[in-house]
Design a protein around this ligand. Structure first.
Ligand SMILES: O=C([O-])CC(=O)C(=O)O
Ligand SMILES: [Mg+2]
Length: 227
C-alpha cells in the first residue's frame, strides 16, 4: 500500500534526449511503439482540443475533493516536468484551475494529467496550459488530508512512476517507463518513417490490400468477389 504523508524529493528522471525524441511523436505512435501498452483510460480528455504535452512525471496522490497536495507537488516541479495526479478514490471535483496553472508554469511544468476534475477551462485554454482530466467541474476543493508526492500512482488504470515520460495529445495519454524511454523513442522513429512511406503510397492511389499484402490471406479466409 502507498504510504501517505510523504514527499520524495529525489527522483530519477528519464534521459532528456529520450524525452526530446518522444516529444516529436503522437500518442498513437508511442503507444504502438511500445507494444500497445501504457495508455490511460480514454475518459481522461484534454480540457481544450489543441492541448498536448510531453514531459517527465512528478507524481502526486490526492484525496477526494482535496487539492492540498497539488500545492505540495508544485515545489517539486522542475522545468520539463508534467504533474501526474491520481486520487485515492474517484473524485470529479475541480481540484485545479488557472491559479495553480500559473504556479505550475512558473516552476517550469509543461502540463497536468489528473484523474479528477479541473475548472477555469476557458482560462487554461487562453493560457495554453495543457490539462488532461476526467471532468471539467466548478466544484471547489478543500485542503484537509495528506496524500503523497513522488510515489507510484495509478492514474486512469495506468501505473505511473516518478520520472517516467508522459505524452498526451488529442488522442489520449500514454506513459513510457523511464528505463525504456530511449528504446521506445527509437521504435517510434522507425514506425514514423515506415508510415511516411505508406502515406506516400496511399496518396498515389495504392491500396492497403496490396501495401499490406492482404490478398492471399483474404482469399484463404474465403473472401469471394461476386459480380
Ligand atoms: O484554487 C483552487 O482551488 C483551484 C482553482 O480554481 C485554481 O487553481 O485557480
Ligand atoms: Mg480558479
Amino acid at each position: 500500500m502507498t504510504e501517505l504523508g510523504v514527499v520524495h524529493r529525489s527522483i530519477e528522471r528519464a534521459a532528456p534526449e529520450a524525452v526530446e525524441e518522444l516529444s516529436r511523436f503522437g500518442v498513437a505512435t508511442v503507444h504502438e511503439a511500445q507494444g500497445r501498452t501504457g495508455l490511460l483510460r480514454p475518459y481522461i480528455r484534454p480540457v481544450y482540443p489543441q492541448a498536448s504535452l510531453c514531459g517527465t512525471a512528478v507524481t502526486v496522490l490526492l484525496q477526494p475533493g482535496d487539492n492540498w497536495m497539488l500545492h505540495v507537488v508544485a515545489e517539486q516541479v522542475r522545468p520539463g516536468d508534467v504533474v501526474v495526479a491520481g486520487c485515492t478514490t474517484e473524485s470529479e471535483d475541480g481540484f485545479f484551475g488557472e491559479l495553480l496553472a500559473t504556479s505550475f508554469r512558473a516552476r517550469g511544468a509543461v502540463g497536468l494529467i489528473i484523474d479528477g476534475g479541473c475548472r477555469d477551462a476557458a482560462e487554461l485554454s487562453e493560457m495554453d496550459f495543457p490539462v488532461f482530466s476526467r471532468a471539467i467541474n466548478a466544484k471547489g476543493t478543500v485542503k484537509a488530508t495528506l496524500g503523497s508526492v513522488n510515489v507510484p500512482v495509478t492514474v486512469a488504470n495506468a501505473l505511473v512512476h516518478p520520472g517516467d515520460v508522459v505524452v498526451a495529445d488529442a488522442d489520449g495519454v500514454v506513459v513510457v517507463p523511464r528505463a525504456s524511454a530511449p528504446e521506445v523513442a527509437e521504435a517510434a522513429r522507425r514506425r514514423e518513417e515506415n508510415e511516411e512511406s505508406k502515406r506516400a503510397r496511399f496518396q498515389n492511389g495504392e491500396l492497403g490490400l496490396d501495401i499490406y499484402g492482404m490478398r492471399e490471406k483474404l482469399s484463404s479466409a474465403g473472401l469471394r468477389y461476386l459480380d
